[in-house]
Design a protein around this ligand. Structure first.
Ligand SMILES: [Zn+2]
Length: 470
């Protein structure tokens, strides 16, 4: 008896093949690529091109039909305090400012002690994980595939939650050794050497090298770090070749307070400490002189901008209003949500706030373009995660962090072009599919394999425990 083997498919196997939608392509003059398919293998995009060409080479294990949808790179939230809910534990609602730990209109003498307290809160890891899971769930469902934690308590608990939910994340200790005492005087309150030793141990503990959760070490604020601590953060992150972030140049107020306290500018201190490198993200950094911008440009620093958080907290004229000047100087600007009373602002809100606020400040309706705003939420943010040039575009060699956005809703009626569709029309509820590193995390708007109501219930329970024992 002769056995006949099934004819072998001469094509290479890939994990996913996505086709049928309109691709956002900010590198193309038209901003869109139609009729293209994307092949994904081992977490990377391996091919993008005409459907028949891609299918001639790649035999997928799974196909995703993106008809009537926009396919875009996943969004990055380059600045969020995932544990902000923990810091808000038990805080009552206050008329005028609302609930939450960060009221104070950017006054450093109010904000720095709060942040220092929050980052050093002793919270059991399992409670941190429980409270942060729904935060990450909401972010994923709004199309965020990568997140940078800018300083939270319970780093180990954050790492567990990020692994469980499958979001790409940069997480690590946020350090401060100076903050204001009860009389409003800036004083040294922690030992830099032991902070740095603890930080090195913390990142060793969870840096498993699998690429999903990446370690960072950040400074709470330039003003909250002694020269010794800044120099130590720069040396530690250089030795590990990991990103570092520092809140800095937040508002005109904070810049004045910094310079009065130190007699040197924050840019000078960051430069002297060796902090300003392409691995560094200057968070907020809106209240900038031309000399500051020149120093950032020369050093290859990324600047993070948080339009909703800044405006909601009243930092002032969208916290310095330097974004168009930074973009003109070639500094990559990456959007973040920071802490806002709504706690989570979706990428769509961040993009629109960027457009509205900076166009209004400049009294020009092209002060920021839709393309610039979309790049700020995607490709500009690679360095904030230690992944420069590896995320934010749909091209071979990029990490396969992709979203599909339904554009059939009535609010999309005027256009199906990906740029206005995403920048002006789309809502979080239009996000149908979210892929991180080639894994389908969200499908039909729901997290795959996650009991979302149970997850939210366990978070509420954990939060009640925290609020009862602040
Ligand atoms: Zn922040």
């Amino acid at each position: 008896m002769v056995s006949v083997a099934a004819p072998r498919d001469p094509r290479s196997g890939c994990d996913l093949l996505i086709g049928g939608g309109r691709l956002l392509d900010l590198d193309a003059a038209a901003g869109v690529l139609d009729g293209a398919s994307i092949a994904v293998l081992d977490g990377m995009i391996v091919a993008v091109g005409p459907r028949q060409d891609v299918e001639a080479v790649w035999a997928p294990a799974r196909r995703i039909d993106a008809t009537d949808q926009v396919i875009a790179p996943g969004f990055v939230d380059a600045h969020v305090h995932l544990g902000a809910f923990l810091g808000a534990g038990g805080q009552p609602y206050a008329a005028a400012t609302g609930p939450g730990p960060f009221s104070g209109a950017g006054r450093p003498e109010v904000v720095l002690p709060m942040v220092a307290r929050m980052c050093s809160m002793p919270v059991p890891d399992e409670l941190v994980t429980a409270v942060v899971r729904p935060v990450l769930m909401s972010m994923l469902r709004s199309g965020i595939t990568s997140v940078v934690d800018a300083g939270s308590p319970g780093v180990d608990g954050l790492v567990v939650a990020a692994h469980e939910l499958g979001i790409r994340a940069a997480i690590g200790p946020s350090l401060a050794d100076l903050w204001h005492d009860e009389h409003g005087v800036l004083v040294q309150q922690a030992d830099p050497e032991s902070l740095l030793a603890d930080a090195a141990r913390a990142i060793d503990h969870y840096d498993t090298g699998d690429g999903c959760v990446r370690p960072v070490v950040s400074g709470v604020e330039t003003m909250a770090c002694s020269d010794e601590l800044l120099t130590g953060i720069a040396a530690l992150t250089a030795a590990r070749n990991i990103p570092t972030h520092v809140h800095t140049h937040i508002s005109d107020n904070s810049v004045r307070a910094h310079d009065a306290a130190f007699g040197r500018t924050a840019t000078q201190r960051l430069t002297d400490a060796g902090m300003l490198t392409p691995r560094c993200t200057a968070m907020h950094a809106g209240s900038l002189t031309d000399a500051d911008i020149a120093a950032f440009t020369a050093a290859g620093v990324t600047v993070n901008h948080n339009p909703v958080g800044n405006a909601m907290l009243g930092f002032g004229i969208t916290a310095g209003g330097s974004v168009p000047r930074l973009l003109a100087a070639g500094v990559p600007v990456a959007l973040g949500s920071d802490y806002a009373p709504s706690a989570i602002s979706t990428p769509f809100e961040m993009i629109r706030a960027t457009l509205m606020l900076h166009r209004d400040i400049a009294a020009l309706d092209n002060a920021i373009t839709l393309e610039q705003a979309l790049a700020m939420a995607t490709g500009n943010a690679g360095a904030t995660l230690g992944l420069p040039g590896q995320i934010g575009r749909i091209a071979p060699g990029q990490l396969a962090d992709l979203i599909l956005v339904d554009i059939t809703g009535p609010h999309h009626l005027a256009t199906d072009h990906p740029i206005p569709a995403l920048a002006l029309h789309a809502r979080a509820s239009d996000v149908t599919t979210v892929i991180v590193g080639g894994y389908v995390i969200v499908e039909r708007g729901q997290l795959v394999g996650v009991d979302e109501p149970a997850l939210a219930a366990s978070a509420r329970q954990a939060y009640r425990k925290l609020a009862a024992h602040p």
